[in-house]
Design a protein around this ligand. Structure first.
Ligand code: GLV
Ligand code: MN
Ligand code: MN
Length: 413
């Protein structure tokens, strides 16, 4: 067992999850912490307080990614990045993203307490808007950092209330006006992200450490069906342009097309907005989201390419507008880093297995610019994007220990 383990404090790590969950806490015990919201600003302030106590240097960039830096012996070398996100889904849990940030902070606490002086700087990072719930698509901070999306496109994105990312960023900056600013982007030596699995496999098999092999591919779309408002009691069916009826037909056709006896295709319509949403008015407009995922590049391409034709063909009385937001192919993390995770788990006698990620993560975009790895810990029954998300203190501690070995090794002892 590595010496660093003595300095990783499982009780502190657990208490910090509880403390951070108070920012945006929901009555049902979950978290509603939209990206760039007041709740997230307050949670960031709490993180900076913890970081200041061990001398980490805070800074932020044009998209409000938050960096907390432990300077290395050779501060001019590219740093090792460790982290995840602290924004949540509207009915999110306490651990999605937060675990990777707090486990990363615990690693830095342990490194400082152990008096270790790594060669490279280590930066704990909270990426802006991973979830893509308030502003779509998500992973904005990591995509901008990696140069995969243009900042000006991101800044123009609006939430449901019409607030732009640029506007929301102004509120964050006003609250954090003393924070040092740094240029967007960089060339990290490596990036490591710990995360709850968000699927049932590790929990079912009672295996504490998942060595993440890669991330499945994902395509997302926004569909707008435009019809015409009319009176529910008087307008005959032949005269109607009912956006809801066309949308129902479209969603059914998509469901039938994506039906998969092997249960590999992931197809979700998670957002569905009807206007004017009044009982006696024929709906004039519907907007809905499509989230489509598959681990195979060509299957994802083939399935996603059917979205627009199916929407058009089944929009019998209305106009269909289809926008593709994301087309991210499946990816694989490098073998040598996976081997380091495996060795760190094995050295502690921790059960481990290779596992693909069904969920998306900021690690996707970091993977394009530096060697990147992910460590999974189990979550109860695989339940996530749910207020009832749960993990155990023992698994949280085990994951943080493996993470610390990986980060220290990459930073150079
Ligand atoms: C990230 O939260 C995802 O939806 O995969
Ligand atoms: Mn996450
Ligand atoms: Mn999530």
């Amino acid at each position: 067992m590595a010496d660093i383990d003595h300095f990783i404090d499982g009780a502190r790590l657990w208490a910090r999850h509880e403390a951070l969950a108070t920012f945006g806490a929901t009555p049902a015990g979950g978290v509603d912490r939209p990206a760039l919201s007041r709740a997230e600003i307050d949670a960031r302030a709490q993180l900076m307080t913890w970081a200041a106590a061990i001398g980490l240097q805070p800074s932020t960039d044009d998209i409000a990614n938050l960096f907390l830096r432990l300077p290395g012996r050779d501060p001019d070398l590219p740093p090792v990045l460790v982290g995840s996100h602290i924004d949540s889904q509207p009915t999110g849990g306490k651990y999605d993203g937060v675990y990777g940030v707090l486990a990363g902070l615990e690693c830095l606490e342990a490194i400082v307490a152990a008096g270790a002086k790594p060669r490279r700087s280590i930066e704990l990072v909270c990426w802006t808007n991973e979830e893509g719930s308030r502003f779509a698509p998500g992973m904005m901070g990591s995509a901008a950092f990696a140069g995969k999306r243009r900042l000006e496109d991101i800044l123009a994105v609006r939430d449901a209330d019409g607030v732009t990312v640029a506007g929301a960023l102004r509120a964050v900056r006003a609250a954090e006006n003393a924070l040092a600013h740094r240029p967007l982007g960089g060339t990290p030596a490596a990036y490591v992200e710990a995360h709850i699995e968000q699927g049932p496999i590790l929990d079912m098999r009672s295996i504490p450490i998942g060595v993440v092999t890669g991330i499945q591919g994902k395509r997302t779309f926004r569909v707008r069906i435009v019809g015409e408002e009319n009176h529910a009691g008087t307008s005959p069916r032949s005269a109607r342009k009912d956006a809801l009826m066309d949308s129902v037909r479209i969603v059914s056709a998509l469901r039938d097309t994506f039906a998969d006896p092997d249960d590999i295709v992931r197809f979700t319509v998670g957002m569905f907005t009807v206007r004017p949403n009044a009982p006696s008015v024929v709906p004039s407009e519907v907007e809905f989201s499509i989230d489509l995922r598959h681990p195979d590049t060509s299957a994802l391409a083939r399935l996603g390419d059917q979205v627009a034709p199916i929407c058009k063909a089944n929009s019998l009385t209305c106009e269909a507008e289809i926008r593709e937001l994301i087309h991210d192919p499946p990816l694989e993390f490098p073998g040598p880093l996976r081997e380091k995770i495996r060795l760190a788990a094995a050295a502690r006698g921790l059960g481990h297995m290779e596992i693909p990620s069904g969920a998306g993560h900021d690690a996707r975009y970091l993977h394009y610019i530096c060697p990147t790895a992910m460590i999974f810990i189990p979550c109860w029954k695989g339940i996530s994007h749910n207020e009832n998300e749960r993990i155990t203190p023992a698994d949280a501690l085990a994951g943080a220990r493996v993470l610390a070995t990986l980060v220290l090794g990459l930073a150079g002892e």
